[in-house]
Design a protein around this ligand. Structure first.
Ligand code: F0G
Length: 778
């Protein structure tokens, strides 16, 4: 058991019913009540008097002014009741409530107090629940909620769109998250007057006709189906209700006019929010128009109120727990392990309590600010899930929330530049230097070499035509830089992702790790696993791995398993093996690898003194690196660290070109191919990160190109002769640039960075081959 010094719970507003889903549908919105509880020093009091401060962004709203600031406060009452149920004495506390949701408007204000009180008590008891386990708290919460609004409570706990019902068999409430299309906005009109839920309910009939019941059942089903399939047109008619809205309109006669105004302005659907008085309209593209129409209609009907445009909250309530200083130091500052540091924690009151490092780690792992998320169906999972595929089959990414938004781009740049002078390996690492934007989980201890200290060589014609500039001459570019990721500790860019993913593997308590690989991933994983004392298993396509890479994996002590087939087959096998045997998967399906690889973007930008290039070209196989580079660039752009977004050029070998083929056909889909190229690193026919890479190419207005094996070998011979050298796959970036410059797509004076992904020594057999091809091409 241990005590935090402060707990902060953010609970979303919720809109119940959505028209026909009377008492069974709830939708969480990005409008929050924030409850911050600070433990006051001193002994636990027998009869504690809380210190409660309430602030709000709603001016002198009478319903907020009327909120009790003593023991009668709902949040405080629930907090005390839950602590008592957990057998914990109620401590003296200072509560600060930031009210973003006015009470009495049908936006789930009391559900926020109940959910907030319960989660705060649970956190104080050292029980931080992963979102997927929150459903266990649903019945407790509904029980404590005065109006028994299970729909609001469930949506506030879980986030997103939630269906809830009570089973007669066990008397328990059951809740399931339902699908909702991405990009749907909510426009909410909040009248100044409130509507009392209890008396509102008195308006409803005790019995309904069969027609009305059938109407509502059908419309709820229609609504859920329309939302699940993204059919926005279908939502509008599906939101028609016969069970409560017509009766509530008796005391809110303007309601039909407001709903009509929202729909006419382009809302997909509109309804009374919960028991009112707020009105909820859903729209994907016409939020401004709908907001203006609601404002206008309210004005002409003589109604005072405020219109908000907001989004769906997919996370549900979040809990942030602060600990006394000793626990919060992090990032392996080499002054003692987490275990050593937490064991000296003193809780308020002076008692020394025992905390295990697992306690701290689990709390942070289950902190719902960071989740695994599916870009396809918008589902979220806790960080502790390790299969890294959504139920819909898509790879999971990491949802950082608004990581980085706390500072502006200039401040971030300055901070990262200052670290260049540090001798701390974690600051020096070209990955962990950018840790706050990559993996803001302070309890992680980095397993680092350090990596990412790779050179950016000026190689354009502007700097001559000999030496490194031979490459610019070959490509036809005046301002070209070559970023040599082959200078990483194990000779490839894979170390950037591996340092992060192996650190996470260790943190999650893994004992064995595995990957399928065309060679570089296995070499990198084997080295970092050895450093972290983890058993490493690599699945390699038999006879298709370059000699240098195989030698590395053997030398670093990995268990080698040869797969009779290609990389794509090995990829399928390793995923299954990891699932069946509980081994931690380290392929680029692992989103932490991609997080680490995002550092490449920040590193290049920093080396160019944050003056973004026009283009960045890189070779592409499984498409992890294309995705990661794009995500990093977009993050830098979003935070204002750069003022324009470089365009990405992703280059495939013609014999392994499914991404190029898809791009050429307008990205309609991906058709796997039987891969065959001598650039073995990118001999991949069914890339795992297709969807992410496609999003990145679209977002950066990027290009996908393909080059023949001969073009790759000629480019390699040039890079080798310039004294830089690389393995064949890496040379695809230079070969691709040459092609695009010749075609006039890239202008000779454009500022271009080419990434070399692997070291010359990885594939010694290709060296003579490249020279022969280059000579015969002369
Ligand atoms: N260049 C090199 C040298 C590689 O090793 C790889 C991938 C790539 C480019 C392509 O990067 O897959 O992220 O698009 N090598 C993986 C491996 C597949 O197993 O070593 P990607």
């Amino acid at each position: 058991m241990f005590s935090p010094s402060r707990v902060t719970v953010r609970v979303p507003a919720t809109s119940a019913n959505l028209g026909p889903g009377f008492d069974c549908l709830g939708l969480a919105l990005k409008q929050h009540n924030i409850f911050e509880i600070q433990l006051l020093p001193g002994n636990v009091l027998d009869n504690p008097v809380p210190l409660i401060e309430i602030s709000s962004t709603w001016g002198d709203d009478p319903a907020i002014a009327a909120l009790p600031r003593d023991q009668r406060n709902l949040f405080y009452r629930v907090f005390c009741e839950r602590l008592t149920a957990l057998g914990i004495p109620v401590p003296a506390v200072h509560i600060r409530a930031g009210i973003g949701i006015p009470p009495g408007r049908g936006l789930g204000s009391s559900a926020t107090a109940v959910v907030g009180g319960i989660l705060a008590a649970e956190a104080l008891a050292g029980r931080v629940h992963a979102t997927y386990r929150r459903v266990d708290l649903l019945n407790v919460a509904v029980e404590l909620e005065q109006g028994r609004h299970a729909d609001n409570v469930a949506a506030a706990l879980l986030g997103g769109l939630v269906v809830v019902a009570q089973s007669e068999q066990d008397d328990m409430w059951h809740a399931i998250q339902a699908s909702i299309p991405a990009g749907l906005h909510a426009v909410v009109f909040v009248p100044v007057f409130s509507m009392d839920t209890i008396s509102g309910r008195a308006l409803l009939p005790h019995h309904y006709t069969r027609n009305h019941a059938v109407h509502n059942v059908g419309h709820v089903a229609l609504l859920l189906a329309a939302l699940a399939s993204g059919d926005l047109q279908g939502i509008g008619s599906a939101m028609d209700d016969r069970m409560h809205e017509p009766y509530r309109a008796q005391i809110f006669p303007e309601l039909p006019h407001l709903l009509l105004a929202a729909r006419q302005a382009g809302a997909a659907g509109a309804c009374l929010s919960g028991a009112g008085s707020a009105i909820l309209a859903l729209t994907s593209e016409r939020a401004q128009e709908v907001a203006a129409a609601l404002e206008q209609a309210a004005h002409s009907l003589g109604l005072d109120g405020r219109v908000l445009i907001t989004d769906i909250d997919h996370h549900g309530a979040t809990v942030e727990v602060d600990y006394p200083e000793q626990v919060r130091e992090g990032y392996g500052d080499h002054q003692g392990s987490v275990a050593e540091r937490v064991s000296i924690l003193r809780v308020p009151g002076g008692a020394v309590q025992e905390i295990t490092p697992k306690d701290v780690e689990l709390m942070i792992a289950t902190d719902s600010r960071f989740t695994l998320s599916c870009g396809n169906c918008e589902k979220h999972f806790p960080l502790t899930r390790t299969d890294y595929r959504c139920n819909c089959g898509q790879p999971l990414g990491i949802d950082h929330g608004n990581t980085g938004d706390e500072m502006d781009g200039q401040t971030w740049r300055q901070g990262f530049d200052e670290r260049l002078h540090s001798l701390n390996p974690v600051d020096r690492s070209g990955v962990w230097r950018f840790r706050e934007l990559l993996l803001p989980l302070p309890a992680i201890t980095p397993i680092t070499r350090p990596e990412g200290l790779t050179n950016l060589y000026p190689a354009g014609r502007e700097w001559g035509s000999r030496g490194h500039s031979r490459i610019g001459d070959f490509v036809g570019l005046d301002r070209l830089w070559v970023k040599h990721e082959g200078e990483n500790p194990t000779g490839s860019f894979k170390d950037r992702g591996m340092t992060v993913a192996v650190s996470v593997a260790k943190w999650l308590g893994a004992t064995a790790v595995a990957c399928a690989s065309t060679g570089n991933t296995s070499a990198s994983m084997a080295a970092y696993a050895a450093q972290a004392d983890l058993h490493a298993i690599v699945l390699l396509p038999e006879g298709k791995v370059a000699a240098g890479k195989l030698a590395q994996a053997i030398a670093y002590g990995a268990e080698i398993r040869h797969v009779p087939g290609d990389f794509d087959r090995a990829m399928v096998d390793v995923e299954r093996m990891c699932l069946d045997q509980g081994i931690y998967l380290l392929n680029s399906l692992n989103p932490f690898r991609l997080l680490g690889q995002q550092s490449l973007a920040f590193d290049i930008l920093q080396q160019l003194q944050w003056d973004a290039p026009d283009w960045i070209a890189l070779p592409a196989g499984n498409l992890g690196n294309t995705s990661a580079l794009g995500m990093g660039l977009m993050c830098a752009y979003r935070l204002g660290m750069i003022t324009r977004l470089p365009r990405i050029i992703s280059i495939q070998a013609a014999g392994a070109n499914p991404f190029y083929a898809s791009y050429r056909d307008g990205f309609t889909g991906l058709h796997p191919v039987k891969a065959h190229t001598l650039a073995t690193a990118i001999n991949i026919g069914n890339p795992v990160s297709f969807q992410r890479a496609r999003a990145v190419i679209r977002a950066t207005r990027g290009i996908v190109a393909q080059v023949s094996d001969d073009e790759i070998l000629c480019a390699k011979a040039t890079i080798d002769c310039a004294g830089i050298g690389c393995e064949p796959a890496s040379a695809a970036s230079i070969a691709g640039l040459r092609q695009l410059t010749t075609q006039g797509i890239i202008h000779p004076s454009d500022r271009v960075v080419a990434i070399l992904t692997g070291n010359l020594l990885k594939d010694p057999d290709a060296i003579m081959l490249a020279r022969q091809v280059a000579f015969s091409a002369l």
